[in-house]
Design a protein around this ligand. Structure first.
Ligand code: KIV
Length: 274
C-alpha cells in the first residue's frame, strides 16, 4: 500500500509548523502512542503530533484512571515513541502529581522529560492555576501544550466523565483559562469534551491552535486515543470516538486460529520448517 504523507509533507513538525498550520487553516491530525511500533506506523501515516498520553494508565496498564501513572513510566514510554518517529512532533504528558505540588517541581520534571526522552514538548492539564509554571517552562525553551475541559487528572473532582463547560460560568472559566495559557506561551491547547460552540469560540479567539477531542469540528486539529480509534480498547466507547478499525476482533480471530493450528498440528508446515 502506498504510504500517505502528512498534510505538510515530510518536513519535521515543530511549533513553528503547527502555528503556520493554524494560519493556513490546515487541520492538525494528532493521535496518542505509547510504544515504538505504533509510533512508527502513525508517523509513516502522516500524523502531525504524537502525544505520549497518560491515558496509557488505562489502555496499557489497565487502571481505571490516569492517576497512578508515574513520571518514570512516562519517560520509559516516551523514549520508545521517540525512537519510532522521524517527522511528527512528540509531546509527553506530565503525569498526575509531577507538577501539582509546586511550580518548581513541575518545571524540573518537565526538564527531565526533555533531557531523557528527546521529545519535542510537554503537556500540562489546567488553566490559570498553572500559568506561572507554563511561563517558566516556555522561558526555558520547552514547548508546552495546554489541556482544558474534561481534564482526566481531575476526574475525582468532576465526579464523572460528563462534558465540561456546559454552564455559562464554567464556559467563561474555560475561555479565560485558554486566554491565560496563550499569554503564558503555550503553543497549542487540547480541548476535551466541551460543547462544539464553545470550542469554536475559543478557536476563533486564540492565535494558537486548539486540538479537539469531543469538542466538535471547528477546532484547528483533532486528537484521539489510538487504542480507541483502532478498536483495540473496548472497555468504554464515548460518542466522540470514531472507530476506524476493529483490531480487538482481528486479534481475537487471528489468535484463535493460531491456537487451533497449534492444537491440530497444522502449524508449522514444511515451508515454515528447516
Ligand atoms: O492522555 C491522553 O491521551 C490525553 C488525550 C486524550 C488528549 O490527554
Amino acid at each position: 500500500m502506498k504510504q500517505m504523507q502528512g498534510t505538510s509533507g515530510p518536513k519535521k513538525v515543530t511549533t513553528k509548523v503547527i502555528s503556520l498550520m493554524k494560519r493556513e487553516k490546515t487541520p492538525i491530525a494528532c493521535l496518542t502512542a505509547y510504544d515504538y511500533l505504533t509510533a512508527r506506523l502513525l508517523d509513516q501515516s502522516g500524523v502531525d503530533i504524537i502525544l505520549v498520553g497518560d491515558s496509557l494508565g488505562m489502555v496499557v496498564q489497565g487502571h481505571d484512571t490516569t492517576l497512578p501513572v508515574t513520571l518514570d513510566e512516562m519517560i520509559y514510554h516516551a523514549k520508545a515513541v521517540v525512537r519510532g518517529v522521524d517527522r511528527a512532533m512528540v509531546i509527553v504528558d506530565m503525569p498526575f502529581m509531577s507538577y501539582q505540588a509546586n511550580d518548581e517541581e513541575g518545571f524540573r520534571n518537565a526538564g527531565r522529560i526533555m533531557k531523557e526522552t528527546g521529545a519535542g514538548g510537554v503537556k500540562f492539564e489546567g488553566g490559570e492555576r498553572i500559568a506561572r509554571l507554563v511561563e517558566m517552562t516556555v522561558r526555558a525553551g520547552i514547548p508546552v501544550m495546554g489541556h482544558l475541559g474534561l481534564t482526566p487528572q481531575s476526574i475525582h473532582q468532576f465526579g464523572g466523565y460528563t462534558p465540561r463547560g456546559t454552564t455559562t460560568e464554567e464556559a467563561k472559566q474555560i475561555l479565560r483559562d485558554a486566554k491565560v495559557l496563550e499569554e503564558a506561551g503555550a503553543f497549542c491547547i487540547v480541548l476535551e469534551k466541551i460543547p462544539a460552540q464553545l470550542a469554536a469560540k475559543i478557536t476563533k479567539l486564540l492565535s494558537i491552535p486548539t486540538i479537539g477531542i469531543g469538542a466538535g469540528v471547528h477546532c484547528d486539529g483533532q486528537i484521539l486515543v489510538v487504542s480507541d480509534m483502532l478498536g483495540l480498547y473496548e472497555d468504554f466507547h464515548p460518542r466522540f470516538v470514531r472507530r476506524y478499525a476493529h483490531l480487538a476482533e482481528t486479534i481475537r480471530t487471528s489468535v484463535a486460529q493460531y491456537v487451533h493450528d497449534v492444537k491440530e498440528r497444522t502449524f508449522p508446515n514444511e515451508k515454515e520448517s528447516y
